[in-house]
Design a protein around this ligand. Structure first.
Ligand SMILES: NC(=O)c1ccc[n+]([C@@H]2O[C@H](COP(=O)([O-])OP(=O)(O)OC[C@H]3O[C@@H](n4cnc5c(N)ncnc54)[C@H](O)[C@@H]3O)[C@@H](O)[C@H]2O)c1
Ligand SMILES: O=C(O)C(=O)C[C@@H](O)[C@H](O)[C@H](O)COP(=O)(O)O
Ligand SMILES: [Zn+2]
Length: 359
């Protein structure tokens, strides 16, 4: 079964994609050499479906496990929830020999990863992602963090996992809306790095949770290659993974957290980025139409809700980490599979792109 190795000096790890691997989680983690106690962090939906299996597997491998369940949804990616988790772990006696297991979607992964990055100034963590977003994207690469009311992911740390275990069978319990939103990140990967995948995605059934292991592994490989090249988003390569995210994050943070799912906001952000790519990078209208048709295929939103004002989105996106000295580094496409970072996008362009989402 496909394993991708993330070869970062001193922080290398494997990403294993294998149906049924949940049952072997304890054994795989034991093989890493971890011997301390485990803090399993999950949310209440995922706990219901998958926590027992993971806890049994960890205990069978000899680990002492404390389980920490947060409310499902984006609102849990908060400083308040971070504090509760750290205090629970301290109360359960976890120390620097302990490790964290993040079992859940991107919310649990980002939050638990940030706890692991911070607790006792950093302990190891293992990602066991259970949504499409988390399996193809958030579990890989070590971006961890929480939101502020001013914007998404504004507090966080780079902290690479020690191992990522992806069990595609966990997707069978994911509700339809949460399943489909994940394809925004898959379409993003195809748009920036894999033009052939754009054609193949039209054949994926948005109603079937049985996603091909190879499709997940291919997305993991795209993300891992970019992370290996530019772990901390300094050279610009990793910024390409932010295609659709500048305006997308602005929109996601313009409504109460959780009202719009991450992938839904990114769908809108991709539409806005395609609009700007046609105007600023000569992207063929036919390529834009192909990407938009795919977003529609997965029933992702393409229209901004009427209640969201351009000014609120502009205010939220002004906190984007790609703003430097008042200039935004904006990811554009020049062709399918070919993305680049532009410094030519100005405030007026951003307003026009947001307005376009009302058309
Ligand atoms: N760190 C990164 O590189 C990165 C990349 C992409 C997204 N993200 C972050 O990820 C978050 C979005 O992640 P998400 O879309 O996975 O949302 P999520 O974690 O909120 O999961 C979506 C919903 O599905 C439920 N769920 C998860 N797995 C399930 C399963 N197998 N069965 C039943 N229910 C299940 C959850 O309880 C939740 O209600 C955002 O905060 C986004 O910013 C981070
Ligand atoms: O891993 C990355 O790098 C990404 O940009 C992946 C994105 O899908 C993800 O949403 C990420 O959390 C956004 O990062 P941010 O630095 O813009 O907060
Ligand atoms: Zn994303």
């Amino acid at each position: 079964m496909p394993t991708t190795h993330v070869d970062l000096p001193g922080r290398e790890y494997d990403i294993v994609v294998e149906p049924g691997i949940l049952d072997a989680a304890g054994e795989r983690i034991h093989e890493l050499g971890l011997r301390g106690a485990c803090a399993l962090i999950t949310d209440d939906n995922v706990a219901r479906h998958h926590a027992d299996k993971v806890v049994s597997s960890l205990e069978m491998a000899g680990f002492h496990v404390s389980t920490h369940v947060v409310p499902a949804g984006e609102a849990s990616k908060s400083a308040a929830r971070f504090e509760v988790l750290c205090e629970e772990m301290a109360a359960r006696g976890h120390d620097r020999s302990s490790f964290v297991v993040a079992l859940g979607g991107g919310v649990v992964g980002d939050l638990a990863g940030y706890v692991a990055a911070s607790y006792y100034r950093g302990i190891p963590f293992v990602q066991i992602p259970t949504t499409i977003v988390a399996q193809v994207d958030s579990s890989v690469g070590g971006k961890t963090g929480i939101n502020l009311k001013q914007g998404k992911n504004l507090v966080g740390a780079f902290h690479q996992p020690a191992l990522v275990l992806i069990d595609p069978l966990t997707l069978r319990t994911l509700p339809g809306r949460e399943f489909r939103e994940g394809f925004a990140e898959v379409i993003k990967h195809a748009a920036i790095r894999d033009a052939a995948m754009l054609d193949e995605l039209a054949a994926v059934d948005p109603a079937s949770p049985d996603v091909a292991t190879d499709l997940i592994a291919r997305n993991v490989a795209i993300k891992a290659a970019i992370v290996i090249e530019d772990e901390r988003e300094t050279s610009g390569t990793r910024a390409l993974l932010n295609f659709g995210h500048t305006i997308g994050h602005g929109i996601e943070a313009s409504v109460p957290y959780g009202e719009m799912l991450h992938g839904e906001a990114i769908s809108l952000g991709i539409r806005a980025a395609l609009f700007l790519s046609e105007r600023r990078a000569g992207l063929a209208a036919e390529t834009s139409s192909r990407v938009l048709a795919l977003l529609e295929h997965f029933q992702l939103p393409l229209q901004l809700p009427e209640t969201v004002t351009t000014e609120t989105v502009m205010s939220r996106l002004s906190k984007d980490k790609k703003f430097e000295a008042g200039r935004i580094r904006f990811v554009l496409l020049r062709a399918a599979g070919e993305a680049f970072v532009s410094s030519e996008v100005n405030e007026d362009d951003l307003r026009q792109a947001i307005a376009h989402l009302r058309s």
